[in-house]
Design a protein around this ligand. Structure first.
Ligand code: PRX
Length: 656
């Protein structure tokens, strides 16, 4: 981009098009309340968040079985929203829609092989009910866990909705995770049923998902039944009495199924996410607060209207897909696109072709994807008419200004504002995000969504707001989509989020707030990698490495990477009797892929004789990382073996 450098230096503020602002949902909402601008709205909403969020519940049309008695009960560190209400998110996402928008398309689905399915709200309703009845027949009851390990096919949201409908708790495991990763999660959640598929296509080849699922549940004793969707017609082994074809089990089931009336704060799903230590943690979200939070943010940030065609490219197996492909768009009665396949297959214009074909108006993706397409060149974009687009979105990691400008210029044709949404698995929905009315600064997620109290703290818990100094990103009061806990792990819940600053939520990110109140996210503070917008614990990769017979110790750190954000770099100490070799490196990379999934496969592996450790024997990852980023090392007097750092440096230089 020839003018890029000039643009970067300019620090221009980008104002959204007037027409978009005037017609936006948020502008109409403010007009109705006589609020003059978004800063006043933020102020009013923070003065009385309970008022604001109950307004939001009305705005998105929440229908309660029994009205809440209280908007919020805050008993730190546990928050309950819409206390006393009887509710089920599936009522708003589905039952209500089947009544209001029976013939409207809910999902336009396209497979990598070119197959297309359009599913109306009416059809979705029947499908979900039939599967819900089948689950009941298999003995699934309220509160039971249903594990879901599926590719991006319509049966994936159907499975989630069917579980939630009967009051079960779903736990999705991303289909790119390995059998071992699935096994860990299924065991932790003690899932009774697993829903999966025979296989799917990825970049033209077949992924044998059912085989992976079988391997996983060999040692997952809680699983009584497996439901298998026939996606591509593979001949897979089916265990008698345990495994059922989806088609067979839903055949003949009634098209109606009563929606379980849940307590507003009953668990809806568990979603595992990486943390600093140990195993992934099971983040739990509840029905009501989550429903209001996700749908209000989608309505007012992405400005969803009745005739929009909305496409979020995330995988449903991650939080972005849960919130913004499944629950929020359905609650708003929107039409969404779901694509099951590689973004650049068969050619790098697959996404742009689809935007043109379906007339996508709102497009939400991740910086890593944008950077990939940037490298492939804008000629692939220019082959297609993208004039249907009116709003763009970004999520998963800070979007670097180069990628921002490219996205703005070539995809949005300088017409479409970019909603850079900061949030987390734990927050459930956007926390810091522009509104369609917000002047944008490329690289900043701008300001908190109204009604959410975000700040940046120094070590002592003093606010660094508008000081432009980096500190801890925190949320000072509960927000509707707040996690309700970590599955079977209340101690870790408190320790991770609530211990550093009393009764204040610690996000784990560093950020600064500039003079205009704009937030700039600087990345994770803890030992968690962000690879292509996905969270991977350094310790998870390390423990996968040391589970290999050749490895005695490992340190895993991130290296800034042009496309992925961070690349995984591993330093490995071998056991006696093993010698460094290229084959062993490849073997270790494959081993990690098998243990966790391809996404965690180290990009670089270095063999070292020793790793820098404290006197108490703790590996000093921070120092290893500093060698990579060439940051100043600082004090090393606590090191037991300072020479190990030199060896790390030598390894980096020698092997390149
Ligand atoms: O570091 C932040 C980064 O992703 C983390 C949350 O990861 P996860 O729970 O997997 O959810 C990702 C999708 C919501 C955050 O702690 N992150 C997410 N969005 C942004 C971001 N960093 C900067 N800007 C964003 N827009």
């Amino acid at each position: 981009m020839p003018d890029l450098e000039a643009l970067l230096k300019e620090e221009r503020v980008f104002h959204p098009p007037k027409e978009l602002v005037e017609n936006s949902n948020i502008k109409r909402f403010m007009d109705r309340l006589g609020i003059k601008d978004e800063d006043e709205l933020r102020k009013r909403a923070l003065e009385d968040p309970e008022w604001f969020w109950s307004e939001m519940a009305k705005e998105v049309g929440i229908e309660w079985f029994e009205e809440p008695k209280k908007v919020l009960e805050w008993d730190p560190p546990y928050a309950k929203w819409f206390v006393g209400a009887k509710y089920n998110i599936v009522h708003d996402a589905l039952d209500k829609q089947a009544r209001l928008r029976k013939n409207k398309v809910a999902y336009i689905w396209e497979g990598e092989d070119g197959s297309v399915r359009k599913i109306t709200y009416g059809e979705l309703y029947w499908e979900v009910n039939r599967l819900a009845n089948a689950l009941k027949e298999l003995g699934v009851k309220k509160g039971d866990r249903v594990a879901i390990y599926m590719p991006m096919i319509p049966e994936l949201p159907i499975a989630m909705l069917a579980s939630a409908k009967i009051g079960a708790i779903h736990t999705d495991v991303f289909s790119g995770f390995s059998p071992m990763a699935l096994q860990d999660r299924v065991n932790d959640a003690e899932a009774k049923v697993l829903i999966t598929a025979d296989g799917f296509y990825r970049r033209g080849s077949i992924i044998h998902l059912k085989e992976d699922a079988d391997e996983a549940i060999e040692a997952a004793k809680s699983v009584e039944s497996v439901i298998v969707v026939r996606r591509i017609g593979l001949d897979v082994p089916m265990q008698d009495g345990r495994d059922h074809w989806y088609d067979d089990i839903v055949r003949g089931q009634p098209r109606e199924c009563k929606t379980e009336q849940m307590d507003a704060n009953d668990a809806l799903f568990i979603l595992y996410t990486s943390g600093t230590t140990g195993r992934p943690k099971g983040v739990i979200h509840a029905h009501a607060g989550y429903a209001v939070g996700v749908s209000a943010t989608l309505k007012f940030v992405f400005d969803i209207k009745e005739d929009d065609v909305y496409w979020c490219t995330a995988d449903i197996g991650w939080i972005t897909g849960h919130s913004y492909i499944v629950y929020a768009p359905l609650i708003l009665g929107a039409t969404s696109v779901i694509y099951c396949g590689a973004p650049d297959y068969p050619k790098p214009d697959r996404w742009w072709e689809m935007i043109e074909k379906y007339g996508v108006t709102v497009f939400y993706t991740a910086p890593t994807a944008i950077r990939t397409f940037m490298r492939l060149g804008e000629e692939w974009v220019e082959r297609h008419d993208l004039s249907s687009l009116r709003l763009l979105g970004s999520v998963g990691e800070p979007i670097n200004p180069e990628a921002w400008f490219w996205y703005y210029k070539y995809i949005g044709k300088e017409r479409c504002p970019i909603m850079d949404t900061w949030w987390q698995t734990e927050t459930g929905h956007f926390i810091i995000t522009p509104l369609p009315t917000t002047p944008l600064k490329p690289g900043s997620a701008t300001k908190p969504f109204p009604g959410i109290d975000v700040d940046v703290f120094d070590e002592e818990g003093n606010s660094l707001s508008k000081k432009n100094i980096g500190g801890y990103l925190v949320i000072k009061r509960p927000w509707p989509g707040i996690l309700i806990g970590l599955w079977k792990n209340p101690d870790r819940y408190i320790k991770t989020y609530w211990e550093k600053f009393r009764d204040v939520y610690l996000a784990g990110d560093a950020a600064r707030v500039d003079e205009d109140g704009y937030f700039w996210i600087q990345g994770r503070l803890d030992d968690v990698l962000n690879v292509s917008g996905h969270r991977i614990g350094n310790s998870e990769v390390e423990s996968a490495l040391v589970s290999h017979p050749a490895v005695s110790e490992a340190a895993v750190v991130g290296r800034p990477h042009e496309v992925k954000g961070e690349a995984i770099v591993a330093f490995v100490v071998l056991r006696k009797g093993y010698r460094p070799s290229e084959e062993l490196k490849e073997g270790l990379r494959e081993h990690v892929a098998r243990e966790i999934g391809k996404i965690a496969r180290p990009d670089e592996i270095y063999f070292v004789p020793d790793l820098p450790k404290t006197r108490s024997g703790k590996i000093m990852r921070r120092l290893v990382r500093a060698k990579i980023t060439k940051d100043r090392i600082g004090d090393t007097s606590t090191l037991m073996n300072p020479e190990a750092l030199v060896l790390v440096e030598k390894a980096l230089e020698g092997e390149g």
